[in-house]
Design a protein. Structure first.
Length: 154
């Protein structure tokens, strides 16, 4: 019995790995999120342009560290034609605005209050990055790789 149970677990793990590997690169869909002012932002309108989505939460200490580093790099990224959005998962606009009073960001912040976008991109935890290249292909990473430009300018 234990052998069969372990075998089932192994099969499920392999299938999960394969599913996540194949879903890592998919074309961006027509997705609309609100910014902190309630303005709708359609992510598909960025197709043809390199885009970085940084998934985070205000309560995550790793996110706080990562978002600060990303903000420092943003001026250079903007000059290179890269758009960056911080996508807060599951928190209210009030909570995010309260956080931003003490932590100014130079790039846009979007709200994924129900986690639908994070779910769509298989974000399993935060912080997480999603890179969309010019053709609309999506690649996911858990940290900002040194060679992030290779993911955006294929």
């Amino acid at each position: 019995m234990q052998f069969l149970k372990n075998k089932r677990i192994l099969v499920l793990l392999v299938l999960s790995f394969l599913f996540l590997s194949f879903s890592k690169e998919s074309l961006a869909e027509d997705i609309i999120l609100n910014d902190l002012n309630g303005k709708a932002v359609n992510l598909s309108s960025y197709k043809g342009k390199p885009l970085i989505l940084f998934f985070w939460t205000t309560w995550c200490p790793y996110c706080r560290k990562e978002i600060k580093a990303l903000n420092q790099m943003y001026i250079q990224m903007k000059q290179e034609g890269i758009t960056v959005f911080a996508v807060d998962i599951g928190e209210s606009s009030y909570a995010v605005q309260k956080f931003l009073k003490n932590n100014t960001l130079d790039f846009g912040v979007l709200l994924d209050q129900d986690g639908a976008l994070a779910n769509n991109y298989n974000v399993m935890g935060v912080p997480a990055y999603v890179f969309m290249d010019k053709s609309g292909k999506i690649n996911s990473e858990h940290s900002l790789p040194v060679d992030y430009k290779k993911l955006l300018f294929k």
